[in-house]
Design a protein around this ligand. Structure first.
Ligand code: ADP
Length: 542
């Protein structure tokens, strides 16, 4: 027997409709790529999203066709999210930090028909335009007065593009399983692969993002999503903010601590989200200037592991709760979050900090397990570590166009490629990516734990650990450091610091210094490039 409740397809246009009706005057603020600051309301955003939908229809965009965006976080970018997906097209957010060849590959593979781009990216797209086979319309996300000279054929300004429409538009209603948005993995191994989200998956993900134990935002929150809208949907924040009427402050092209801090203070930001490097920069800025954090209460950190020293400093010195989150493009991205549950409430401060360094508990709707190399389930004892597997309604089923073939096992588990353990309270701890783990004498050394211990040293700016060949142990850790200006350290002094945090047999066999570490397009340390860089290196212990 079926239930007798209304069958209301879960479409993302519902979020902006909800905001327009229930929070019409709530503000959206943003720093613009063409300069200056912009302010309007959800009522404005809703109307202009509809104008965008109308303009896309007029440009001939059909249901299911892909509409690309190469853009920073902005009100216009959010309008495109709602406008393009809302009218039944697929919003394809493209990471501008990828190499030109990857951008060409992705846009052709996605068969983007129309590309919205920020003024910042005009020179980049001009260089690759002749290779883009499917794009028939370029829309530069500025008003007419800021339109640059460009060789992009027939390029329109965004304000002209939508300005011809009236916003009298009813969102079409279609199957909630319809494709909504597309985001490619960064392709550190092989070609990037497309993850094709549905309206239903984005809708359910948003409901869970809004839970108190997840992003914990509501109508009184002011949220600054520093995480880019082209990186795993900015962790779903633009949808979630509209879904609860939170004010949003968009940082546009700015990622430097000074500008972010100014925006945070001016707009009285209460909640933000970003990768650890952004917060490390902010922490240093705060410490150097003696400034405070205003109304900020919560920072969600994910994408890479957040060092303990940073979590502690934010909490002890600034009263800001740090929630560690884990996810991937393939998981929409929220998979786990480190808010405190009742079971750990009475632990000591140090024990709680240990737990905060873990990547958190599964959010409702995502199931997790860890398995050994033979596929056997491992216990949740906080010690047994193995491959992390996830499943749920916003976890990928297959990649776009079937790339990489079948990716789930018989029980629908998706292999994340991460190595983790899960403790008795349900907190999951990522110890490595499977391909980065250091195998020393048959035992595993966590490169992430070593890196976090190293950056806890006040003279260290950034740290990476890779496994290098050792004739006796197969692999031993090599520590690669970027030092703070004018600082140096020797292996012995470094290891004396590290041994306070990790087992003695984990200590690196050597340390090397570089001016800069290689990073991926999503801001992570690129271990692949680092391994290439040190491929001829020989350990002194070998
Ligand atoms: P990409 O792989 O393209 O850089 P993703 O965002 O999809 O982008 O990367 C997902 C991976 O990032 C995860 O599989 C995991 O290895 C890593 N990751 C995400 N969040 C965390 C975290 N909080 N701590 C450690 N690693 C994380």
């Amino acid at each position: 027997m079926l239930g007798l409740m209304q069958d209301w397809p879960l479409l993302v246009s519902k979020f902006i409709d909800h905001a327009a009706v229930n929070h019409p005057n709530r503000e959206i603020v943003g720093l613009l790529p063409e300069g200056g600051k912009f302010k309007y309301t959800y009522a404005d955003m809703a109307k202009r999203s509809k104008m965008c939908a109308q303009a896309l229809e007029r440009a001939g965009i059909q249901l299911g066709e892909r509409v690309g965006t190469l853009a920073w976080n902005s009100h216009r970018h959010a309008e495109i999210w709602f406008g393009a997906s809302g009218m039944g097209a697929v919003t394809h957010t493209i990471n501008p930090r990828l190499f030109p060849e990857q951008l060409i590959y992705i846009m052709n593979h996605a068969e983007d028909k129309l590309l919205f781009l920020d003024i910042t990216f005009v020179p980049l797209v001009e260089k690759i335009a002749e290779h883009l086979k499917t794009i028939h319309t370029y829309v530069i996300m500025v008003g007419k007065e800021h339109m640059p000279e460009t060789s992009l054929e027939g390029a329109l300004s965004y304000e002209e593009f939508i300005g011809a429409e009236d916003g009298n538009y009813d969102w079409p209603v279609f199957d909630e399983n319809t494709a909504c948005s597309l985001c490619y993995t960064s392709g550190t191994t092989g070609n990037p692969k497309g993850v094709l989200y549905s309206h239903r998956s984005n809708f359910l993900h948003t409901l869970v993002a809004l839970a108190g134990d997840t992003l914990g935002i509501g109508g009184q929150s002011v949220i600054l999503p520093v995480v880019p809208m082209f990186h795993a949907n900015a962790w779903g924040i633009p949808y979630a903010a509209a879904g609860c009427g939170a004010k949003v402050a968009f940082n546009g092209p700015h990622h430097d601590p000074e500008t972010l801090h100014q925006l945070m203070m001016d707009e009285e930001v209460t909640v933000t989200a970003a990768v650890p490097t952004v917060w490390l920069g902010m922490l240093k800025y705060l410490q150097a200037t003696g400034k405070d954090v205003g109304k900020l209460t919560t920072v969600t950190i994910g994408g890479s592991a957040a060092p303990r020293s940073m979590i502690q400093a934010f909490q002890d010195d600034y009263g800001v709760r740090v929630n560690h989150a884990w996810g991937m493009t393939e998981t929409s991205p929220l998979g786990s979050l480190g808010s405190e549950n009742a079971a750990v409430q009475n632990l000591s401060k140090e024990e709680k900090l240990d737990i905060q360094c873990k990547q958190g508990r599964s959010v409702l709707g995502v199931e997790m397990c860890i398995k050994d190399d033979d596929g056997n389930d491992l216990p949740r004892d906080g010690e047994s570590s193995g491959g992390l597997y996830v499943r749920g309604p916003w976890v990928v089923k297959e990649y776009f166009k079937g790339d990489a073939g079948q990716i789930l096992d018989d029980n629908n588990w998706f292999d994340t490629g991460d190595v983790a353990c899960i403790d008795e309270y349900g907190y999951m701890h990522i110890t490595d990516r499977a391909k980065d783990v250091i195998k020393s004498g048959g035992e595993w050394i966590s490169s992430i734990d070593l890196e976090n211990a190293a950056v806890a040293h006040p003279d260290v700016a950034e740290a990476a650990v890779i496994g290098v060949f050792h004739p006796k142990w197969d692999e031993r850790p090599l520590l690669v450091l970027v030092m703070e200006e004018g600082k140096t350290i020797g292996l012995e002094a470094m290891n004396a610091h590290l041994v306070k945090h990790v087992a003695k047999w984990w200590l690196p066999d050597d340390v090397q210094f570089v001016d800069e570490l290689p990073h991926t397009a999503t801001g992570k340390i690129s271990k692949k490039d680092l391994r290439d860089q040190f491929k001829d290196y020989k350990l002194p212990t070998a």
